[in-house]
Design a protein around this ligand. Sequence first.
Ligand SMILES: Nc1ncnc2c1ncn2[C@@H]1O[C@H](COP(=O)(O)OP(=O)(O)OP(=O)(O)O)[C@@H](O)[C@H]1O
Length: 227
Amino acid sequence: MAGGPLLSLRGLRKAYATQAVFSGVDLDLPAGEFVALVGESGVGKSTLLNVIAGLDDADAGEVWLDGAPLHSRPEPERARLRRERLGFVFQAFHVLPHLNVADNVALPLLLQGRPDAARVAAMLDAVGLGALGARMPSQLSGGQLQRVAIARALVHRPPLILADEPTGNLDPATATQVLDVLQAQVRHEGAACLLVTHSAAAAARADRVLRLTATGVQPADRPAHAD
Ligand SMILES: Nc1ncnc2c1ncn2[C@@H]1O[C@H](COP(=O)(O)OP(=O)(O)OP(=O)(O)O)[C@@H](O)[C@H]1O
């Protein structure tokens, strides 16, 4: 959809069994915008990211990506769109244990048939892991694993970045570095980023802060620069 938002959510509702998580979620996210999504623990922020990514199904509502209705597409097409258009930083990293760091980061490019060792090296440098490409994940700290996950999520220059607490395991200096990398992808590549965070410092970097509640997303104040 030329000129339309990159991502549009309309009336999304999710429940587990009879337990409603959220409903009435509407959101328009234009390319080039960095949005922080905050909300109480358990309100459904991770679930919402999973629904947007098509890793989980909503019970009602619509997810539009680049004008394509993801909610009504068959799984093979959703999987292709996910591979090409999305970078997802999971809370639990999901780094593959049997691949070294560089091969983990290279994976999205390989899945699209366009290997690019220079881009992989540049992403590893950007997250401060330039010297660790040959290491296995078991030889990394939690913060280093988080940075592998971020490099992997951004390596294929996805138009939409979904990041679930990407600075949750990081010391303040490394967290700043990771936010710089995310923000650069938004500023220089025109990506849109939806960042779930409990960190005031991370939310302060966003263009807009939204709060998820059981009844939808509402604008929230941007915190001052502090955690
Ligand atoms: N597979 C599941 N079956 C039943 N309930 C679930 C399932 N997955 C998540 N939930 C519940 O759905 C709600 C939303 O969970 P979710 O992880 O999305 O919250 P969150 O806002 O991301 O929390 P946090 O900030 O603590 O990470 C929680 O109450 C959780 O217990």
